[in-house]
Design a protein around this ligand. Structure first.
Ligand SMILES: Nc1ncnc2c1ncn2[C@@H]1O[C@H](COP(=O)(O)OP(=O)(O)OP(=O)(O)O)[C@@H](O)[C@H]1O
Length: 404
């Protein structure tokens, strides 16, 4: 039988380098938005359009992960509506929405507090959305975070969804003043392949959040590092090294916080009083691995299948052999044991490989083989073994869903 007193005593950190580990939690809203003055100014001047009777129908906000798109946009909007009764702001994260209906349902839920039944469909959700907005203040800013998710719906064109949002009959009839602020990693018009009808209904307002440099990361996470660690636990050289590497590799504030948290945990596990540059170096690999696997778990299954096929078989020595040709990927996916499951033609495989390259997950290049023509080669931009780990995690999730 377990002696819990012993168990907890043994696992309690006695010499922790942390003073307040929670300070490194990226989910805690920051007290102050730092290093984004110009962006805040741009967003504020768009909001100030209401004083002249105009809000742009859309504002696109894009840039790589962890660059402050969400926190900055939400904060500026919240502060503005707190000072202007004629404006309301609503925020909806579409992260979990893999269909247009679920996106419309999520917006409806945020505006009304009520769920739309599946039988009411997208039409029902939009009717409810317009009825709700008719009761709102004169202007509404609707922030749709991770808008790129709506492209996952194979049965519905993202253009139709956005067109309804911008030019829907129910909206025009009620003269609703809605400004849709669309947040995503890629430029939304390109990523969602929006048609010209939607593009002309959108406005040109776009705000780009670039990756942070080392000094910006210092300004953003610096105060959190001060709070998180005991005095002297994070020496200046290790701190500097971590910030430089984080800026060079990612420019992502969230990953930077994770990097220092992991480094601190390793130091504490090993009973060390300080976090050396070596601990930070180890943490860099761990952070890279963790975030890549998390990203792989979130991509569509077809893309993951193509990645798995590009990773291929281990050699006799247990190594994964890369690069592979796109034709090999196609053949592996069309092996009799899996062909029925995937049903991916050559063109689709090529398209999926291009998507993976755009996501930064693979590198591709073409080589000439003399008389045999040319071949396109594919290799992952990260340790290919991580694909197997992501596959195992996805399979476990799917099995869990099936049980529920
Ligand atoms: N300028 C900033 N000032 C203070 N904290 C910031 C800033 N930028 C980012 N952060 C921190 O990083 C976290 C991630 O930021 P945020 O969610 O805004 O990034 P994002 O660009 O929307 O990322 P994603 O594309 O992954 O959704 C925030 O919760 C906050 O802790």
């Amino acid at each position: 039988m377990t002696d819990y007193d012993d168990l907890f005593a043994e696992t309690a950190p006695d010499e922790s380098v942390f003073a307040d580990k929670q300070a490194l939690d990226p989910l805690q809203p920051p007290e102050t938005i730092r290093g984004r003055d110009e962006h805040q100014r741009q967003l504020a001047s768009m909001l100030n359009g209401v004083t002249e009777g105009y809000l742009p129908p859309t504002v696109t906000i894009h840039g790589p992960p962890g660059t402050g798109k969400t926190v900055t946009t939400r904060r500026v909007c919240q502060e503005f509506v707190a000072r202007h009764d004629s404006v309301a702001v609503e925020y909806v994260n579409l992260k979990e929405c893999r269909s247009i209906f679920s996106a419309a349902r999520e917006i409806h839920l945020e505006l009304t507090g009520e769920t739309v039944g599946a039988y009411e469909g997208v039409d029902g959700a939009f009717t409810g959305i317009w009825e709700a907005l008719a009761e709102y203040p004169e202007w509404t800013v609707l922030i749709l975070d991770e808008i790129d998710q709506i492209k996952e719906d194979a049965n519905y064109d993202p253009s139709d969804f956005l067109y309804r949002l911008l030019r829907g009959e129910g909206k025009l009839k009620r003269d609703i003043q809605l400004s849709a602020w669309l947040i995503s990693n890629e430029l939304v018009e390109v990523d969602l392949r929006l048609d010209s009808r939607v593009e002309s209904a959108m406005s040109d307002e776009a705000v780009f959040f670039g990756p942070y440099g080392a000094s910006e990361l210092d300004a953003i996470v610096g105060p959190q590092l001060e709070m998180a660690f005991r005095a002297g636990a994070l020496p200046a050289d290790a701190r500097e090294y971590g910030l430089q590497e984080a800026a060079w590799r990612w420019g992502d504030a969230r990953k930077t916080l994770r990097l220092f948290r992991r480094a601190g945990e390793t130091a504490t596990d090993r009973g060390l009083e300080t976090i050396s540059t070596d601990r930070v170096r180890e943490s860099l690999t761990g952070t890279e691995r963790e975030s890549t696997i998390a990203k792989l778990q979130s991509i569509p299954l077809r893309h993951l299948a193509v990645l798995a096929a590009s990773v291929g078989q281990r050699t006799d020595a247990g190594e994964i052999s890369q690069p592979v040709r796109t034709s090999d990927i196609y053949e592996r996916l069309n092996h009799p044991s899996t062909a029925d499951r995937f049903q991916l033609g050559q063109r689709t495989v090529r398209q999926l490989v291009d998507d993976l390259a755009t996501m930064g997950l693979v590198d591709t290049w073409t080589e000439s083989h003399g008389r045999d023509g040319r071949g396109k080669y594919v290799a992952t931009t990260f340790d290919p073994a991580w694909v197997r780990e992501a596959q195992a995690a996805v399979a476990a999730d799917l099995a869990g869903d099936a049980v529920e």
